[in-house]
Design a protein. Structure first.
Length: 209
C-alpha cells in the first residue's frame, strides 16, 4: 500500500470513528499569523509534515491527517513518521528526509497549551411507583422505590497549536500561525479540526499549492 493511500485510509478511519459525536462539534479558529516579508519559494509543492507531541501515536495521527489535507493534484505532503519510524525528531534527521524526499518546505506543528473543562452532572434520585396489584381494593395503593442515577463527569478540551513553516533552501522559518480548538471531546476531533483549518489557511496565504 502506498504512503498516500495509507494516509487517506487512516484519515477516513478517523472520520468513521467520529460519526456520532456531538452535532455542534469543536470550534477551530486561527488566532495569529506571522510571515516573512518575502517568501520567494512559495507556494511549496513538496512538504514534510512533522507533528511534535508527547504522545507519539497522536503525533503520527496528526501528521497523517495534515499530510492528507495538504495533498492534492498540485502538491504532495509526507508524514514524517513514514520516513522516520523511530519517531525521534532531530535537525539531522529532518535534513536527511528533506534531501531524500526533495521536500521544498518543512511544516512543524506542536501543542502550545491544553486546558481541560470539567462538567459534572450531579447524582439524581427519582421515585418510581407501581400498583400493588389489579384488585379493586388496591387500585389506589402503590409501592414506591427510589432509583439513583449516578453522577457523570464530561470532559472537553481546549487546545492551542503552533504551526511553523521552514524553507528547505535557506533553513529559515518563513511563516507561522497559531490556531485553537475549543470544546473538543476527543483527540480525534482535535486532530481532524486542526489539520483541516491549518491546511486551509496555508493555501489561503499562498504557502502551499
Amino acid at each position: 500500500m502506498s504512503h498516500n493511500i495509507f494516509a487517506k485510509f487512516l484519515a477516513l478511519t478517523f472520520v468513521t470513528i467520529l460519526t456520532g459525536a456531538c452535532a455542534s462539534g469543536p470550534k477551530t479558529s486561527i488566532n495569529r499569523i506571522d510571515r516573512s516579508a518575502e517568501i520567494p519559494n512559495a507556494p511549496y509543492s513538496r512538504v514534510l509534515v512533522v507533528g511534535v507531541a508527547r504522545n507519539r501515536d497522536n503525533g503520527r495521527r496528526f501528521e497523517t491527517a495534515l499530510a492528507t489535507e495538504l495533498t492534492n493534484e498540485n502538491a504532495s505532503a509526507t508524514a514524517n513518521y513514514l520516513e522516520n519510524p523511530d519517531g525521534v525528531v532531530t535537525d539531522a534527521m529532518v535534513r536527511e528526509v528533506v534531501s531524500r524526499k526533495q521536500a521544498d518546505a518543512v511544516i512543524v506543528t506542536s501543542i502550545k497549551r491544553i486546558d481541560v473543562d470539567t462538567e459534572v452532572d450531579a447524582e439524581r434520585i427519582e421515585v418510581e411507583r407501581s400498583r400493588r396489584n389489579d384488585n379493586l381494593v388496591d387500585f389506589f395503593r402503590y409501592d414506591y422505590k427510589d432509583i439513583t442515577t449516578p453522577a457523570t463527569v464530561a470532559l472537553t478540551y481546549n487546545v492551542v497549536l503552533t504551526t511553523e513553516v521552514f524553507d528547505s533552501d535557506t533553513g529559515k522559518k518563513v511563516y507561522s500561525l497559531e490556531s485553537s480548538t475549543l470544546k473538543a471531546e476527543t483527540t480525534f476531533e482535535i486532530i481532524l479540526a486542526e489539520s483541516a483549518a491549518i491546511a486551509k489557511q496555508l493555501r489561503k496565504d499562498g504557502i502551499v499549492r
